[in-house]
Design a protein around this ligand. Structure first.
Ligand code: F0G
Length: 467
């Protein structure tokens, strides 16, 4: 596996050799390198989380130069090999290498669009706003980019079962990748607290799905206990390989922006793995010489599920303050995020901010993203809501370029959207932004089956068309 690379040849062949330089796991707490993890994927010494490091990159030489890799990755866009068609494995030089390519479990994830968002830019008060839509992945969320990596490792290591606790998207993604990889999957979800769309995905993709009478944090506790007792591989985001796959959203984003970093990247915060993964990617891309400046990564939480906001504000990120989480953005209803320490490191390394937003602000932002023809699930909309606040605070300047990471597809939570447009989601009393919300609502209109009735409605919206 650890063939040395020859630094003097700049050919695709040498780049492939560079990829065979191994990676290692390092504990983010005590720093131990290469120790065998516990069954629940923590450091056996101190119990903290693990991260992937690549000592081989130090040996890389010109074969690993940004210009060579950029050309190789671009060239793969026209290849029909499954690994090249994947927007994750296309960047495999910067990922853990599999012993055999046949172990890769891919649904051709990644390759997600970067959209200009001119209307939302106006609402937020910035000149240049983009959305990187990770909801355009095969199962409708960003989880697929990490899942392809970690599910492939599970298959390579010969696991028959994989498992996760989830607020819905991880479980949907894991169920799909497990089945594609010929593995069984166990899903633990909080009873009655995830959207029907996500639950239906887990069922359809063939997972054994258990709804536990607790919240997400309770599901995580039970899962940890199960993992200690049976040979089952955890695919929660504490799995360090998940983060490696999720890094590729940042690499792909840079590629889409012609390798010019935006000033700000805004991410929703739940279990805090995605912000950690994106931060790790930008830091690595700078170390490797792809970019000269790292964007500020800001993390936005719902007011009712704000453990990171409190942790940063009340004790400067020294010790996690857990909360009892409550928000209609169910994907991020998490009170005790596993990757909080990694997220704190990312905030420190990139100079980003943490912010919290109300339920009404989330709902309004989601409708505004939808009205731009893009759409996303509620948890993703915290990014636009948070951006508005960061602009007001002067943290984001009008002239700076901003990218919102939209994490899930609009169809992940149709209930929320229908309630919003029917006016059943929020009461005027609990919302400062109620007028703006009313202006976004588009309730369905029930009519007699007559052309006149339809014309009358049209006339209300456009006098040139009406009866
Ligand atoms: N957005 C969506 C749509 C999510 O599903 C999640 C997390 C997040 C944002 C937050 O990302 O946890 O990396 O900070 N969903 C997990 C799940 C917890 O089980 O599907 P994070």
């Amino acid at each position: 596996m650890s063939k040395p690379i020859t630094p003097d040849l700049e050919t695709a062949e040498t780049v492939r050799d560079a990829h065979s330089v191994p990676f290692q796991l390092r504990c983010i707490g005590c720093g131990e390198i290469g120790g065998a993890p516990t069954k629940n994927l923590r450091c056996a010494g101190c119990g903290d989380l693990l991260e992937v490091i690549y000592p081989g990159w130090k040996l890389r030489g010109p074969a690993f130069s940004p210009s060579t890799l950029k050309a190789l990755w671009k060239q793969r866009r026209s290849s029909r090999l499954p690994l090249d068609e994947s927007g994750v494995w296309r960047f495999r030089e910067l990922l853990p290498n599999l012993r055999e390519e046949k172990d890769a479990v891919t649904l051709r994830e990644g390759n997600t669009p970067l959209y200009a968002m001119p209307q939302c830019a106006l609402k937020a008060g910035v000149e240049t706003l983009f959305a990187k839509h990770q909801g355009m992945n095969p199962t409708g969320s960003f989880k697929d980019t990490g899942m392809t990596m970690a599910a492939s490792i599970a298959r390579q290591e010969g696991f028959r079962w994989v498992a996760c606790a989830s607020t819905g998207n991880t479980s949907a993604s894991m169920a799909a990748y497990a089945s594609r990889g010929g593995m069984r999957s166990l899903v633990l979800i909080p009873d009655g607290q995830i959207s029907w769309s996500k639950l239906s995905q887990a069922l359809d993709y063939g997972a054994v799905t258990c709804q536990l009478k607790t919240d997400f944090d309770g599901c995580m506790k039970v899962l940890n206990e199960v993992a200690m007792r049976v040979p089952i591989y955890l695919l929660n985001s504490i799995n360090p390989y998940r983060l490696e796959g999720q890094k590729t959203a940042a690499i792909e984003l840079l590629e889409q922006m012609d390798w010019q970093s935006p000033n700000h990247v805004i991410v929703p915060g739940g279990n805090l793995a995605n912000s950690s993964a994106l931060g790790k990617a930008f830091v690595e891309m700078q170390e490797l010489g792809f970019i000269s400046r790292i964007p500020k990564i800001s993390i936005i939480q719902a007011e009712g599920a704000n453990p990171l906001v409190r942790t940063m504000r009340e004790n400067a990120g020294k010790k996690l303050i857990s909360v009892r989480a409550e928000t209609m953005a169910t994907a991020i209803r998490i009170g005790s995020p596993a990757s909080w320490r990694k997220a704190v490191r990312v905030l420190e390394a990139t100079g980003g901010a943490v912010e919290q937003v109300s339920e009404a602000e989330i709902a309004l932002a989601k409708a505004e993203i939808g009205a731009e023809g893009i759409g996303c699930e509620p948890a993703s909309a915290v990014t636009l809501a948070g951006l508005k606040k960061l602009v007001k605070l002067g943290f984001v300047k009008r002239s700076e370029s901003v990218v919102l990471i939209l994490t899930g597809h609009l169809l992940k939570d149709p209930d929320f959207t229908l309630k919003f447009h029917r006016g059943d989601l929020l009461s005027p009393a609990n919302s400062d932004t109620y007028d703006a919300i009313l202006a976004q609502q588009r309730a369905p209109i029930v009519l007699e089956p007559k052309a006149e009735a339809v014309m009358e409605v049209l006339g209300k919206f456009d006098s040139r068309l009406g009866a």
